[in-house]
Design a protein around this ligand. Sequence first.
Ligand SMILES: [Ca+2]
Length: 220
Amino acid sequence: MKSPLLTTLLLPLSLSLTLAANLPENGGFEDPPVSARATIQDGGDPTNGGSGPGWSKIRPKKADSLGEIVLGLTNEVAHSGKQSLFVEFNHFLGGANGAALVSEMLPVQPGQDYLFSIWNRLDANSPVTTSGTAILKINIGYFTSDATPVAGKSLNTYAPLAPGRGNAELSAQEWSVIERKAPTPADAAFARITLIWQSDAAEVTGTVFFDDVALAIHPK
Ligand SMILES: [Ca+2]
């Protein structure tokens, strides 16, 4: 039997570990609830108008001569819970001029081995078609305790979203995970995740679902 003192000591520790293993809040895209595929404008805004939780900014690529990228939430498929984020490329040929989703400032522990992960799956009704590739760019910026950017220490990586182009497990039949090691700098107190959808110069059409964005301490 645990002593009351031990239980008291263990409780805050286990609570902080739980939080540390599940950043950002709403990484599972369950908030706000939707009853169908819903764009940002139609109630599928994971930032809830910029008030969070978890996500602070979202920017679709509005339709023009370079096509568009539509973002929102859907209950069609989910890796966890009932919902995921959908990213719909529609004759997009804007290259780096794409769409983005930005997290809130997430508290992290300095000098730790973190693992960033995000699950992805193609839409069986509209898989990505392109002569080049669609790209998910992942940027993790770090900040000190007074929110000053930690210079030169951000993580920049990317994953191709067209099958057979370096993201071999991506399919419409099942979810697969994109993982990147993300060690925190020694003076980091916060991290901010920016997800950017773009392409190389080729035209892209098709939809990819994303779920369960996490930044968690990597088990040694
Ligand atoms: Ca989910």
